[in-house]
Ligand binder design. Structure first.
Ligand code: SF4
Length: 517
């Protein structure tokens, strides 16, 4: 990776022929083009290649989440099983219907059904949702159904194809198996690396010829993962004579209650590296659709999208959230301009937008939030008292941890007490934070200043989720080492933070002008 194997300019000239890149050439481009100016040149050539070989279109696509319950522990994901602050929703048929009516009325004609690994949502159930989506699309003149789900067996994909599925989206997450194992906890069904790796052979054998592959950038060295994608795509070319239908370019982004996603790590992909990855994919697969998504901000995406790509404009990642709007979901997303504005911006670049029909009125309007209720001050005071009582119980349980160790029976009783009081605190704290978000904040007189304060509150909610999780994990270490130093320090910090949070909430309620009843 340190030296190009072939002269980079010669590689670009070969790529201009639209035949893609061998993995060695992709490696050479990643190694050679490190300076921003040189990278701009790769992007320029990549755009030329796309303009010449791909259709002059950009396809819109909108995700529809079906469930957020998950049996997996992917450490980067807001829906991992143990995340205490994840919203858990299964989309019922009534909401599914209403939501689909709404997004079809917006004009969307390419629907990506997305679901976590919910044991109550097997492939047969998913096939029924695929069939229902297909029927709805048929009533408006047709469209495309994609699916991002847990990986299934060949027979399941046959059933899904028969139900009306057009293409399958699946990320390998990372191709580096030791890191794949680290990110996916023992016991997670998703930990089966090979079952993802040979997924495309099963999907193609099932008669679904359109596949959307990729990695989650930021789980391992992006050079390695991008080259693995290029090689996997070239394998599909060699063995099946197909180009990937789509290539995912998701980057690891913050998710509520997910420690690993909050801060940059040594594999984080900078904007500049991200641009290079997009260019290399554009050159390696000149007719595949790069899947631009709202994990990235609009300006970055619109500066990189090229002929033949996929673009997401409207994106909610919680089941049913299009009907309720702006509820926290699987990961953080950016707000985009209205879809018509984005369409106009793409058309200005000479690109035609597909899968976006004219907008029409729809009865399934977005639910308007209930009018602010009067703040029941007495109730909030009681809630704070209860939470403070839980904090004190937990503090007492923490104080029983002996720095010098203690006899085994006593030790077990102390740990059991700490666990029990932590569980009580966790349930109360999460319920309290949820009520703040759903009842208290909307009831306060809205202003720009309030929004700033609420942003701090919401950041604290996320931190509590992460800290509770961290504390539980540290208890395992304590069970082995009997050294309570980390637990005591973490516990003391959490107590201070929760107390500060409650005091700030008290001030917020007190300072707010009293709504008239
Ligand atoms: S990435 Fe998918 S499988 Fe993993 S925890 Fe999230 S929703 Fe579940």
């Amino acid at each position: 990776m340190s030296e190009p194997l072939r002269a980079p300019r010669a590689i670009l000239r070969t790529a201009e022929l639209g035949k893609g890149l061998e993995v060695e050439d992709a490696a050479s481009l990643l190694a050679a083009f490190r300076e921003p100016e040189a990278r701009r040149e790769v992007q320029r050539v990549a755009n030329q290649v796309r303009a010449r070989w791909a259709e002059r279109t950009v396809e819109f696509i909108i995700p529809v989440y079906l469930t957020s319950f998950c049996q997996n522990e992917c450490l980067y994901c807001g829906y991992r099983q143990s995340n205490p602050i994840a919203e858990r929703v299964r989309l019922g048929w009534a909401d599914f219907d209403q939501q689909l009516d709404l997004i079809l009325a917006w004009g969307h004609r390419q629907i990506e059904l997305v679901l976590s690994d919910d044991p109550e949502f097997g492939p047969e159930t998913v096939a029924r949702y695929v069939a229902a989506t297909r029927r709805k699309l048929d009533t408006v003149g047709g469209g495309v159904v994609a699916l991002c789900s847990p990986v299934y067996q060949q027979a399941d994909y046959v059933r899904l194809r028969e139900a009306g599925l057009d293409w399958v989206v699946e990320w390998q997450e990372t191709y580096h198996q030791p890191h794949f194992d680290r990110w996916h906890f023992t016991g997670s069904p998703k930990r089966h690396f090979e079952s993802r790796l040979d997924l495309w052979d099963r999907v193609l054998a099932a008669g679904l010829a359109k596949i959307g592959m990729g990695v989650l950038l930021g789980l391992y060295d992006f050079h390695y993962d991008v080259l693995a994608v290029v090689e996997h795509g070239n394998y599909l070319r060699r063995h099946y004579g197909i180009e990937p239908h789509a290539l995912g370019i998701p980057r690891l982004k913050p998710a509520r209650g997910v420690l690993a996603s909050q801060k940059p790590n040594r594999f984080s992909v900078s904007d500049d590296d991200f641009r290079l990855v997009v260019s290399v994919y554009h050159l390696a697969f000149p007719t595949s659709r790069l899947f631009f998504n709202t994990r990235e901000n609009y300006d970055l995406n619109i500066s990189l999208v090229a002929a033949g790509d996929l673009f997401t404009v409207d994106c909610e990642t919680l089941p049913g959230a299009y009907l309720r709007r702006h509820l926290p979901g699987q990961f953080s997303t950016h707000d985009y301009p209205p879809r018509r504005e984005v369409k106009a911006a793409l058309e200005q670049q000479g690109l035609t937008v597909r899968h976006l029909a004219d907008e029409r009125p729809c009865e399934a309007a977005v639910a308007t939030p209930a009018p602010p209720a009067v703040i029941d001050e007495k109730r909030w005071i009681e809630q704070r008292q209860q939470l403070r009582a839980r904090l004190r119980e937990w503090e007492t349980a923490l104080e029983r941890l002996s720095p010098n160790g203690c006899p085994a029976p006593e030790r077990e009783a102390t740990q059991a007490g700490l666990r029990a009081s932590l569980e009580c605190l966790k349930v109360s704290l999460i319920a309290h934070c949820r009520q703040e978000e759903s009842e208290l904040f909307p009831a306060l007189p809205q202003s720009a200043e309030l929004q700033l304060k609420l942003a701090t509150f919401r950041a604290e909610h996320e931190r509590f989720g992460v800290d509770l999780d961290k504390f539980e994990r540290q208890m395992v270490s304590y069970g082995l080492s009997q050294d309570p130093t980390v637990l005591l320090a973490l516990g003391a910090r959490m107590i201070r933070e929760v107390q500060g949070h409650l005091e700030a909430e008290e001030r917020l309620c007190f300072e707010a002008p009293k709504p008239r009843s």
